[in-house]
Design a protein around this ligand. Sequence first.
Ligand code: PEP
Ligand code: CO
Length: 448
Amino acid sequence: MNTSWSPGSWRSFEARHQPSWPDAGELEHALKTLSDQPPLVFAGEARNLTAQLGNVARGEAFLLQAGDCAESFDSSADSIRDRLRVILQMAIVLTYSGGTPLVKVGRIAGQFAKPRSSPTETQGDTELPSFLGQIVNDIGFSEAERRPDPQRLLSAYNRAASTLNLLRAFTRGGYADLTQVSNWNREFVASSPAGERYAQMADEIDRALRFMDACGVNSSTVPALHEVDFYTSHEALLLTYEQALTRQDSLTGDWYDCSAHMLWIGERTRQLNGAHVEFLRGVKNPLGCKIGPSATPDEVLALCDALNPDNAPGRLTLIVRQGADRVTETLPALLAAVRDAGRCVVWACDPMHGNTYTAAGGRKTRHFDDVLKEISGFFAAHRQEGTWPGGVHVELTGDAVTECLGGGDGLVDGDLEQAYETMCDPRLNGRQSVDLAFRVAELLRDQD
Ligand code: PEP
Ligand code: CO
């Protein structure tokens, strides 16, 4: 691999899954405007996340990375708050019941671009460009809506900024105070079995907090009880957008992609000689890379070399998505190869993308049991190889959707039409998410 890197060096490599923008001048203009905007995140924050992920890589903490498959520009403040709330609920379950410090990263405030299996979509006699995420075009099936529009790059930046602002307010301004744990359990989730289990746990936490308060320990003496470290991430798919938000840190001289704290490379764009690996190897943010079932141990090691040549703990998270039926067969060899090569990585399990199928009515779905089965297989493989199952990466929403089957409510095919709202992949709803957190916490406890 070429060793000289610049924010634009990816342009001499093959970049898959980039839109065909109809007007090059309009695109250049939007990118110029974008590169004049303030950064969304700061280098110091990205360094803090790398340090926290370093603890995960060493087996001393657990990563929860969660959020939408494709965020919408139209998400209401309530919907953003509810997504955060479910992630906070899952985090508290994992911390309290799993007994492990938790690193919290949202697929949020920038998850707007999607790779698609086909560049076009046909309905009836009409063939139009596929929907590539609202950063490129719109989901409606008309020529105007599907036309890639560079103004959307600026809308994405603005949506990311306002979402991040809200998240910072919620996580720093008292909403995430530990005394609020029972208040996070609202309506839709609270009335489910997992929600009831959560309410019991919240009561125990409240009692412990009252005891600590009586001993003089509360959020005025320990600020960590009042605030939550919450980080943002998305797939760094659209390289022009990512480049325009890449800045040199004045303290260290290092380059950071300031569109999010953590960026990941998708399963479809992780080619070693491709533009995505080239771009991301040069920015100092913590990185993720999806690892699907076709990845060989040699390929994974080569990705470690390319993306983390210094073997820095926390720099690289391998997000494995093998599929529930394959994970116990395919994962051990990858774990062993990375372990034997002395490579320090975070291993996270994405139990969503290897388990998607089309239900009888034509909706894309996933079954809660498959999601859980892949996570169990992930833990089993780590137990076998003596490595640390570092975290989970899931697609969820706080909304009361019916997109994934199973879970406590036993959702079946016929329920999918009730509230199928996703713009891309099916997400766990709030109840299924909290339920999953309890199951993962049990696996975590058993791992020790
Ligand atoms: C995703 O995370 O939404 C996605 C497209 O995943 P993958 O790259 O693993 O297919
Ligand atoms: Co997805």
